[in-house]
Design a protein around this ligand. Structure first.
Ligand SMILES: NC(=O)c1ccc[n+]([C@@H]2O[C@H](COP(=O)([O-])OP(=O)(O)OC[C@H]3O[C@@H](n4cnc5c(N)ncnc54)[C@H](OP(=O)(O)O)[C@@H]3O)[C@@H](O)[C@H]2O)c1
Length: 334
């Protein structure tokens, strides 16, 4: 049984076209301030700014210093919460890495004006000088990849953002924007895609290989299937809220969780930690969401050890390809 190299919190992955380096894992902050999907201020009465502060601190204590947000999360509230957390300890600002996103809705035809304006507004909400990684949220703009590259390069030239990336881009779209950025003296740093044992599509269609070839860092979102791979949900106890990513029948998920439990037991780990270790073994940087200290600590515990090749193969054997539906055609090309 060959041992894989264990990712460590202190490891750093350089983001092309910038002076930014990120750890092998980050934290997703969609739930921070969001009502409809994650229930803050709604169905999840335990989620509050106090529990978020604990998740933030526990992650940082574990060396997980990359936080992924977006202008649309909680209609700006996720960025405002992060801004308040950063303001509590300004001396350590340089050690925290913040990734945010621009929503390129089709009506934003003057995409450079809209993207640069949105980056400025995010900078203000976060209270930072520059956003460490700024991503185009999805492939929904009506403008060409050249126009989008112009917009990203302009935000970078203005010093609003340090590295630039995309999200939900296909192989073809990734190649096109990477080439357009190179032609403008910049580089595509990352492509953030849904990747987990419930959605191996990015590996199967060659997107991960494409990212490797171009030097683009793949960030894995919903890496624990929006909570479905933690083991706390099941067919008898489905997840609450409007969690529509990887919304497979829970009986199918239960079969995968059963294997996660067996692999976890061999390492004295948990199903979530095995699910996250699998995403890192595939060369992606997972950004699991965390609502409180316990979740942040548990997720950080996926670092510092690794799956064996046999375990990886066993997990590959039960993993799902993912869905191909309306959302995939409209939004999730990658
Ligand atoms: N670019 C895009 O289009 C896009 C789309 C989706 C997400 N994202 C990004 O990716 C991040 C992560 O994805 P996600 O939040 O959708 O899904 P996820 O990371 O797979 O799941 C996060 C949820 O699982 C539960 N959880 C987390 N850790 C746990 C643990 N150790 N034990 C038990 N439960 C745990 C929590 O919800 P409960 O406690 O309520 O179960 C948490 O909110 C987002 O926050 C966002 O930054 C990007």
């Amino acid at each position: 049984m060959a041992e894989r190299p264990a990712p460590q919190a202190a490891d750093r992955i350089p983001l092309p076209g910038s002076d930014v380096s990120i750890p092998p894992m980050g934290v997703g902050t969609w739930a921070w301030g969001d009502r409809s999907t994650w229930g803050m201020g709604g169905y999840d009465t335990s989620l509050s700014e106090a529990t978020i502060r604990e998740a933030w601190q526990a992650s940082i204590d574990a060396g997980v210093v990359l936080f992924d947000t977006a202008e649309i999360y909680g209609d700006g509230e996720s960025e405002r919460i992060i801004g308040r957390l950063l303001a509590e300890d300004p001396r350590r600002r340089a050690e925290r890495l913040i990734a945010s996103k621009f929503m390129p809705t089709p009506w934003k035809l003057d995409v450079q004006k809209h993207l640069v304006g949105a980056a400025r507004a995010s900078v203000d909400r976060l209270g930072v000088e520059a956003i460490d990684l700024y991503q185009i949220h999805g492939p929904v703009s009506l403008r060409s990849k050249g126009a989008l590259a112009d917009a990203l390069a302009a935000a970078q030239a203005e010093g609003l953002v340090r590295a630039v990336g995309v999200s939900n881009y296909s192989v073809r779209e990734t190649r096109a924007i990477d080439a357009a950025l190179r032609a403008r003296g910049s580089r595509l740093a990352s492509n953030q895609i849904e990747f987990s044992l419930l959605r191996t599509m990015p590996e199967k269609v060659g997107l991960l290989a494409c990212c490797r070839e171009l030097g683009v860092v793949p960030l894995a979102y919903s890496p624990i299937g929006q909570g479905r791979l933690t083991g706390k949900y099941s067919a008898a106890n489905p997840p609450p809220g409007g969690r529509s990513f990887s919304d497979h029948p829970m009986a199918q998920v239960d079969a995968i969780v059963a294997v996660l439990r067996e692999v976890a037991a061999a390492h004295e780990r948990t199903p979530s930690q095995v699910a996250l270790a699998w995403t890192m073994a595939k060369g992606t940087v997972p950004i699991p969401g965390a609502k409180n200290r316990a979740q942040a600590e548990e997720n950080a515990g996926s670092l510092g050890w690794a799956l064996t090749d046999d375990e990886l193969a066993r997990l590959d054997g039960v993993a799902l390809f993912g869905k191909r539906g309306l959302r995939e055609r409209a939004w999730q090309h990658g």
